[in-house]
Design a protein around this ligand. Structure first.
Ligand SMILES: O=C(O)CCC(=O)C(=O)O
Ligand SMILES: [Fe+2]
Length: 259
């Protein structure tokens, strides 16, 4: 391990700031969600694991267009659970959820778009809940509750994340982060390295999918766009809204109610 990698293993706290973009669905912009050194590490990890078949799709060297679903021309690769940096980022995401269910998340997934590639309109929530194959909750059925989509760079134009059923940015919103669509409809978020977009996929009262969360990754015009997905889990038997402890080590001493 190189010194900067040893440093990474301490899972340093990341300071970030947030902006609410939408209430229904809940969408929150997170400024500076990830360290550059974490991004560098993840990109290396993506390349390292790509020697195994399951991860070949993203970091193939021949730049063959990979179509793993008919509506998607971008590629993706899951990273291993047990990687300590992935676990650190996963914990940061779960902590963010506060009073929202935050027991577990899927493996981190890297995505890559070459010029012309895109990911058409889709929902991250699943029509048929998945049965987990991860250690810790194997066999449990879950749906994807929260999406954290982190922009991890590349130097691209185009490639905005587009939510057509969500109110768009105001004309005075920061143009480095948001774009206005040509018909004025929908929310357009630009890929800014280090920033993340969080949204809630499911209705908090009954756990069904919120259709307003349908979104797409618009075509990249030039350069390469890299992103990272992190999906948190909702188990059918658990309420979506807590309160839940957001940090394992945080202990509330119940106080007498003041009347
Ligand atoms: O690339 C984007 O901006 C969105 C990607 C996305 O929606 C996904 O991978 O599920
Ligand atoms: Fe998505």
């Amino acid at each position: 391990l190189k010194p900067e990698e040893i440093n990474l293993l301490s899972c340093e706290e990341k300071k970030y700031s947030t902006e609410i973009l939408s209430i229904d669905p809940l969408i929150i912009y997170i400024n500076d969600f990830i360290f550059d050194k974490e991004i560098d590490y993840l990109m290396k990890l993506g390349k390292r694991v790509s020697v195994y078949k399951a991860f070949k799709k993203l970091f193939d060297n021949d730049q063959v267009r990979t179509v793993d679903k008919p509506y998607r021309s971008s590629s993706s690769a899951f990273l291993p659970y047990e990687d300590p940096v992935c676990q650190c980022i996963g914990k940061r995401a779960l902590d963010f959820l506060g009073f929202v269910e935050h027991k577990a998340h899927e493996r981190l997934q890297l995505v890559r778009y070459y010029p012309g590639q895109e990911y058409n309109l889709h929902s991250d929530w699943l029509y048929n809940p998945k049965v987990s194959r991860s250690p810790g909750d194997e066999g449990q059925e879950y749906n994807r509750l929260g999406s954290f989509f982190t922009y991890i760079g590349g130097n691209s134009t185009g490639g905005e994340t587009y939510f057509p059923f969500v109110n768009g940015a105001s004309l005075t919103a920061d143009p480095t982060k948001y774009a206005i669509s040509s018909n004025g409809q929908g929310l357009l978020v630009k890929p800014v390295k280090g920033s993340a977009l969080f949204w809630m996929n499911l209705h908090p009262n009954n756990g069904t999918g919120n259709d307003k969360t349908f979104h797409s990754g618009l075509p990249v015009h030039s350069g390469v766009k890299y992103g990272m997905n992190l999906w948190t889990k909702h188990y059918k038997s658990t309420p979506i809204l807590g309160p839940y402890e957001s940090k394992e080590d945080r202990k509330f001493e119940p106080e007498e109610a003041h009347v």
